[in-house]
Design a protein around this ligand. Structure first.
Ligand SMILES: C[S@@+](CC[C@H](N)C(=O)[O-])C[C@H]1O[C@@H](n2cnc3c(N)ncnc32)[C@H](O)[C@@H]1O
Length: 405
């Protein structure tokens, strides 16, 4: 297994990092989800254009076919969702690992029918050069679990930002240092043992965890948090044998974002970033901490919750029209049901986070009225409070009049 590459100045050498990372994923394409013959199960709103755009703006996405890039697509699990949840979209996907791309291509070949994905073996660092057939600008770039494995995440995000259309959005997933400290320790321990290749590294890693005392914190953390997914060697290697990983803190995360020129739109797991979850038993403390500026509040949360092992969030490139439905003349707006909603007709639905939502008969009626493709003023102007509640709970998105119907 290669050691983390270094230049004489101590900074990683980009080409060696890319080669080492590609070797890992050629050996163990990630994620290792089975390649199925049918569309992927379940729903993930983070890969649904309307829901993602609604999250960033509060409003409805323009009615056009978004150009989507899956940057660092791996074995194509996210790519497959992007294809299936966005029937109007055109999808491109890039990765440096030939092995991962082979799995991704087969995955899409089996389920996407006549909607091929343009897969390319290339680095996201090469997005600064024109590439035949690759759009100059994308409306949406998804890059999950990738930037932290590059030699220069700041430059990597700048490359993505340069390829984003104005008003476009990015979804990122990056590792957090605090929740991964045990992982980093075992990574380093395995490096010291110099396995010959990744399979030997997996075997050694499993041997170490089996040999350590029960109450050892590395063992306890593996058992309580990661064991289930790490039954797969692909996951175990991705976690403990990675040749290159940069972990972030809230401070370095926002430094990265600021350097990209993009704007933070919010964490896509917002419930993690609610103070009440941690300090709710002490309302006074909660209020005091709640007055902190956003970034300091996030930092406080990660200092208090040492389990936060990743950040997932949306960024956008201005200008992006925000729907402030509290100020806008929103009866003129066109309501549209969140496409992630299922089962709403029966009055009991899963929302986009798979939480059960109980709907009143009046709410079901409004959700049904969305089908009329008319503005609120025309279909149910007397029930603004109810519309407001549906919008707040992201069960309904509002399209401005010039993007309506
Ligand atoms: C942990 S996997 C994530 C795969 C996928 N995004 C997902 O979350 O399901 C990281 C992927 O990023 C790819 N990768 C790493 N550096 C890259 C780069 N510079 N350009 C493109 N892909 C890269 C790796 O080859 C690997 O397939």
């Amino acid at each position: 297994m290669p050691l983390p590459p270094a230049r004489s100045d101590g900074r990683p050498e980009p080409e060696r990092v890319a080669q080492a990372v590609a070797r890992l994923y050629d050996t163990y394409p990630f994620p290792p989800d089975p390649v199925l013959a049918a569309a992927p199960p379940g729903y993930n709103w983070r890969w649904c254009w309307e829901a993602a755009y609604g999250f960033c703006t509060g409003g409805l996405a323009p009615r056009h076919s978004p150009r989507i890039l899956d940057a660092g697509c791996g074995s194509g699990v996210s790519t497959e969702y992007l294809v299936h949840l966005n029937p109007q979209a055109q999808v491109w996907a890039i990765d440096i690992s030939a092995g991962a791309l082979a799995v991704a291509r087969e995955r899409i070949r089996r389920t996407a029918g006549d909607r091929p994905v343009d897969f390319r073996q290339m680095s996201l660092f090469d997005l600064d050069r024109p590439q035949k057939g690759l759009p100059e600008a994308f409306d949406w770039i998804n890059s999950v679990g990738v930037l932290h494995h590059t030699a220069d995440p700041t430059l990597a995000l700048q490359r993505l930002a340069a390829r984003l259309a104005p008003g476009g959005i990015v979804h990122l997933f990056l590792y957090g240092a605090i929740g991964r400290w045990e992982i980093r320790l075992l990574q380093e321990a395995l490096c010291l043992l110099s396995p010959q290749d990744f399979p030997e590294g997996v075997r050694l890693g499993r041997d170490i965890l089996a040999a350590l005392p029960e109450q050892n914190r590395l063992v306890q953390r593996e058992r309580s948090r990661w064991q289930l997914e790490n039954q797969r060697d692909e996951c175990f290697a991705d976690m403990y044998l990675h040749p290159h990983e940069v972990d972030f803190t809230i401070d370095s995360l926002f430094a990265l974002i600021d350097a990209s020129g993009l704007v933070f739109a919010g964490f896509s797991n917002p419930e993690v970033w609610h103070l009440e979850r941690l300090l709710g038993r002490d309302p006074e403390l909660c209020q005091r901490a709640g007055n902190l500026p956003d970034r300091q509040r996030y930092r406080l949360i990660e200092l208090l919750d040492t389990d936060i092992a990743h950040y997932e969030f949306f960024l956008f490139k201005p200008p992006l029209p925000m729907l402030d439905w509290q100020r806008s003349p929103w009866p003129d707006y066109f309501p549209r049901r969140n496409p992630c909603l299922s089962g709403w007709e029966e009055g009991c639905a899963f929302d986009q986070d798979y939480r059960v939502v109980h709907l009143t008969a009046a709410e079901v009626e409004l959700l049904r009225l969305c089908d009329r493709l008319e503005p609120i003023a025309a279909i149910a102007p007397d029930r603004l409070n109810l519309w407001q509640s549906l919008v707040q709970r992201r069960l309904v998105f509002l399209a401005p009049p010039d993007n309506g119907g």
